[in-house]
Design a binder for this molecule. Structure first.
Ligand SMILES: Cc1cc2nc3c(=O)[nH]c(=O)nc-3n(C[C@H](O)[C@H](O)[C@H](O)COP(=O)(O)O)c2cc1C
Length: 209
């Protein structure tokens, strides 16, 4: 295995969804731009590059989003059967204020016009492309020792209003981004008994599903 291969595999293994390990320091702008450059190099259907990145650092905006997410967390907890609610209760699901930086990744399905090479038969390929930018961002951040936590406990119209997205631009993720003390070895949801990872053998199918 070449050194380059070893390092990408190492980063993939180290990557975690981070909620509790943010140091409270801000990621510096040079590092942030390297991470966004990696995101922007993602593959995209028809080279449409349908993503944008809204960097949010205003404490008032972070606090408003955190309050909204806290409400959504309670709604979800209250929808659970009692035993699952007890398992869920200690699980932290965001680090919005602690990370100090939110990156909202947005998707513009109209980017590149109506004839996107490769999207005619699978319309979701546009959204897949934006998600690949998120994965690039996540891995680049991990390589930099910067944690990323994906927050999806929000109503899209709330976030759309909060950061003034124009009509037709869809928020895909709020990412909490900041330096961390450490990366956990085991995903939080596994550590807290919510759900384990499946063995690889269960995910691989040969010739037929
Ligand atoms: C689309 C998506 C949405 C997610 N939303 C949340 C979320 O709202 N809150 C949270 O704590 N983690 C969220 N996660 C993180 C997952 O819980 C996490 O990736 C999973 O448990 C595996 O852990 P790992 O990323 O550390 O390997 C999300 C991940 C993805 C891919």
């Amino acid at each position: 295995m070449s050194p380059q291969e070893a390092s990408i595999y190492d980063v993939i293994r180290r990557r975690r969804d981070v909620r509790a390990e943010f140091t409270g320091d801000l990621v510096d702008d040079a590092t942030l731009l390297r991470i966004l450059d990696a995101a922007h190099r993602a593959p995209s259907v028809g080279n449409s590059q349908p993503w944008d990145f809204v960097v949010v650092r205003d404490p008032a905006t972070l606090a408003r989003f955190a309050a909204h997410v806290a409400e959504k967390r309670i709604e979800f907890r209250d929808s659970l059967p009692p035993e699952r609610a007890r398992t869920f209760e200690p699980i932290k699901i965001e680090g919005i204020t602690e990370s100090g930086t939110g990156i909202v990744v947005t998707h513009d399905d109209s980017r590149g016009g109506p004839q996107i090479l490769g999207r005619a038969t699978v319309p979701e390929t546009g959204l897949y492309s934006t998600v690949l930018a998120i994965q690039n961002l996540w891995l680049a951040a991990t390589a930099e020792g910067v944690g990323v936590g994906w927050v999806s406990f929000y109503d899209a119209p709330f976030l759309t209003d909060l950061i003034e997205l124009p009509a037709g631009i869809r928020p895909v993720a709020w990412l909490c981004v900041g330096p961390v003390h450490e990366f956990q070895h085991t995903p939080d949801l596994e550590r807290f008994g919510w759900r384990d990872r499946r063995p690889l053998e269960d995910a691989i199918h040969w010739e037929r599903y």
